[in-house]
Structure formats: structure tokens, C-alpha cells
Design a protein around this ligand. Structure first.
Ligand SMILES: [Zn+2]
Ligand SMILES: [Zn+2]
Length: 398
């Protein structure tokens, strides 16, 4: 057993308790008041030599300074864990089931928070050997894609000083005890598309006196579905799904307007920009052709999350030492889900590591569902993943 494994084993039960407490008391995005107070209190108890600072209302930034002599410019690596839960009613029958009606840690951020706290505790033991600094971001509001920005906007945090950043996320389809990662694109950008088609309402028997927004919406939807198939390089990836359409009141009334919402996902910033432009262009064209007006509003969500090859190399070396090479799995494909960790990787070389959360032999679970479940072992895996990366980044044997 390595020193890292021993130190982690020593706090595992305590961190599982923290995780269960968080799971029982979930809070929605940017409202993690109790969570932040609870974690800050635990940090103040255990951080003897370091800085703890609130970021926004519910974020926490911890800095640990290594004591080993540094060569050249200061090296800083950051570790990030998110803390928010989702508006979902938990249906699991667990002793630590959510006690908050309609709110549930259904994405495993309770695990990430407990693991990051564990990493603070463990890494303190290595400060004598660390020739630089470690930053820990306890981040709120990932699910609303607003929490990472509170860190990026904090005037005290200079992202230009960071050499690298690592984040972890539980994976409900990967056995506990394993980790998974890949180089390059990992997760997609996720933009919200809002479209309003406005025509001229009237009697359905006299369509010539109206401008029918339902027919225009139908054309628009079909045209938009050609964008991914006809304008995106087949070797790139993109999804445009329109998940909501609403318009009209009665069979014999031509509607006044139709409202459409959808999500645009890409793995590349240029593909994203060009598709956003194309959505606007096609909308203008359909509006002109069918005598309606079409307003398009695009709310930019997460960016494509791209793992830096240098950071992946560090992570893989570190993870293989601790988890064993057979437990480090390489993903073949990215996924089209979104993550606001991408705001960090856009600024700093980063790596996003998936930690197995499925009980061995159990069934896969899907995030954002009423029955999402994480194996208790995933807390330890999270601590080990964070620490493996940080130690390897500073060339320290675990
Ligand atoms: Zn989520
Ligand atoms: Zn998540």
C-alpha cells in the first residue's frame, strides 16, 4: 500500500460520512448555503496552514502552499469539485436518502465535494515535498453552468498563474475502483436555442388573410434538421435537437405564433459558431419565404470540454500508479453532455477524469434520474484521483 493509499484509507470513513450528509441535505444551484457553511467549517478544522476564501456566496477557494524549494516561476495546479444538486425527487430507498423534498444529488456532486475535501486533508501531508501551490475549487452551480464563472470572475484568482487543472465526475456506467479518461474532446458545448415564429392569426377557413406560423414552423424545423447533415463535416460531431414546440389554440384558428426550444451541442468551438450562424440564416430565409417573422435567441451554455494532452499524460501516470494500469480505462468517444468545467479548460490546460460509481456486478445508473446511485467506494476513488493527479503534477511519488 502506498502512502497515498494509507492516508486515504485513514480518512475514508469520515469522508463517506461527509458524503452521506451532503446527500441527505442537497441544495440547488447557486443556493448551496448549508453545503458551503458545512464544508468551510470542516476545512477550517483541518487546514492548519493554508488560505480559505469564499468565492461568490457559496463557492470556496482553498490554497495550500508547498514548502519544497521551487525552481523558476511559481507552479500552481488546481483541483475542482462541484457541489450543487438537482430539482429531482429521489426514489432510492437509502438510509441517507435526500431529506429535502424535490431536491436530490442525482449527478454525484456530493461525491465530488467529499472527495475534494478528502484531497485537501491528504495533500496537506505532502506539503514539505511540493515545490509550488495547490488550489482547490469547491464550485457551486454546475448544473446551471454559472458556478465556474463565479471563480473566473473573482478578482483574487489569477488563472494566468495556473499550470493545470483537474476535475472529476462520477460515471454510473463504470465499475467502482476504475477510472476513465481520454485526450481531446470529452464533452460537448450545450447552447439553448429559443425561436419564436410570429405570423398573422385569423380564421382557418380563410388562410389567405393570415400568415400561418405553424406551417412556417414546420418548414423551419425541417430546414434546421439539414444543418448537421449537410453543413457539418461528417468527421466532426454536432447535435441539434428541438425538444419543445408550442403554438395554436384550436383546430379552426390560425395561430398567432409558435414557440420552439432546442439544444445545440458540438465538440468544437468553430463548428459551434458556424451552426449558430446557420440557425439564424435559415430562420431569416424561412421568415422571408413564408411572410412571418422569426426571432432567434441563443443562450450560450458550456463550451466544448477539451482535455489537454499534457494534463492527460500526467493524470494517466498518476492514476496508473494508484489504481493499477488495468483500472485506467480509455474512452473511445466523447459524449454530447455538457459541463461548465469547460470554462476552466478553455483558459488553463486541464483534464476531466471519470471515476467509476457503479457497484461491481450491479446495473448501470444514469445521472439526472430519480434512481441515480453512487457506490460508496467512489468517494475514495475521487480522493485518490485528485491526489494522484496533483502529486504526479509535482513529480512526487505517491
Ligand atoms: Zn449533472
Ligand atoms: Zn455533474
Amino acid at each position: 500500500m502506498s502512502v497515498l493509499q494509507e492516508l486515504t484509507a485513514g480518512i475514508e470513513n469520515q469522508m463517506r460520512e461527509v458524503w452521506r450528509h451532503l446527500h441527505r441535505n442537497p441544495e440547488l444551484s447557486m443556493k448551496e448555503y448549508h453545503t458551503a457553511d458545512y464544508i468551510e467549517e470542516l476545512l477550517r478544522e483541518s487546514v492548519t496552514d493554508g488560505r480559505i476564501k469564499r468565492v461568490g456566496k457559496t463557492g470556496i477557494w482553498v490554497e495550500l502552499a508547498g514548502k519544497a524549494p521551487a525552481a523558476g516561476t511559481e507552479t500552481i495546479f488546481a483541483l475542482r469539485g462541484d457541489m450543487d444538486a438537482l430539482p429531482i425527487q429521489e426514489e432510492n430507498d437509502l438510509p441517507y436518502k435526500s431529506a429535502v423534498p424535490g431536491v436530490m444529488h442525482a449527478c454525484g456532486h456530493d461525491v465530488h465535494t467529499a472527495a475534494l475535501l478528502g484531497a485537501v486533508k491528504v495533500l496537506q501531508h505532502y506539503l514539505d515535498r511540493i515545490p509550488g501551490k495547490l488550489w482547490f475549487f469547491f464550485q457551486p452551480g454546475e448544473e446551471t453552468l454559472s458556478g465556474a464563472l463565479t471563480f473566473l470572475e473573482d478578482p483574487d484568482i489569477d488563472f494566468g498563474k495556473l499550470s493545470g487543472i483537474a476535475g472529476v465526475h462520477v460515471a454510473g456506467d463504470l465499475d467502482a475502483g476504475k477510472v476513465r479518461l481520454k485526450e481531446g474532446p470529452v464533452l460537448a458545448s450545450a447552447d439553448l436555442i429559443k425561436i419564436r415564429v410570429t405570423g398573422q392569426d385569423g380564421h382557418a377557413a380563410y388562410p389567405h388573410n393570415t400568415r400561418d406560423p405553424i406551417v412556417a414552423a414546420a418548414h423551419l424545423i425541417v430546414e434546421l434538421q439539414t444543418l448537421v447533415s449537410r453543413e457539418v463535416n461528417p468527421l466532426d460531431s454536432a447535435v441539434l435537437s428541438l425538444g419543445l414546440i408550442r403554438g395554436g389554440t384550436k383546430d379552426n384558428i390560425i395561430a398567432r405564433d409558435v414557440y420552439i426550444e432546442g439544444t445545440l451541442r458540438t465538440l468544437d468551438k468553430e463548428v459551434r459558431t458556424s451552426l449558430q450562424d446557420s440557425i439564424r440564416r435559415v430562420s431569416r430565409g424561412v421568415a422571408l419565404a413564408l411572410r412571418v417573422s422569426i426571432d432567434v435567441e441563443i443562450e450560450n451554455g458550456a463550451l466544448p470540454l477539451i482535455n489537454d494532452s499534457g494534463m492527460v499524460k500526467i493524470a494517466v501516470n498518476g492514476l496508473e500508479k494508484t489504481f493499477g494500469a488495468g483500472n485506467v480505462v480509455f474512452a473511445k468517444y466523447p459524449r454530447m453532455g455538457g459541463e461548465d468545467f469547460s470554462y476552466f479548460t478553455d483558459k488553463v490546460p486541464g483534464v476531466f477524469i471519470f471515476i467509476g460509481a457503479k457497484t461491481q456486478g450491479g446495473k448501470s445508473v444514469i445521472g439526472h434520474t430519480v434512481e441515480f446511485y453512487t457506490d460508496p467506494q467512489s468517494v475514495k476513488s475521487g480522493i485518490l484521483a485528485f491526489c494522484s493527479f496533483a502529486l504526479e503534477a509535482f513529480g512526487i511519488d505517491p
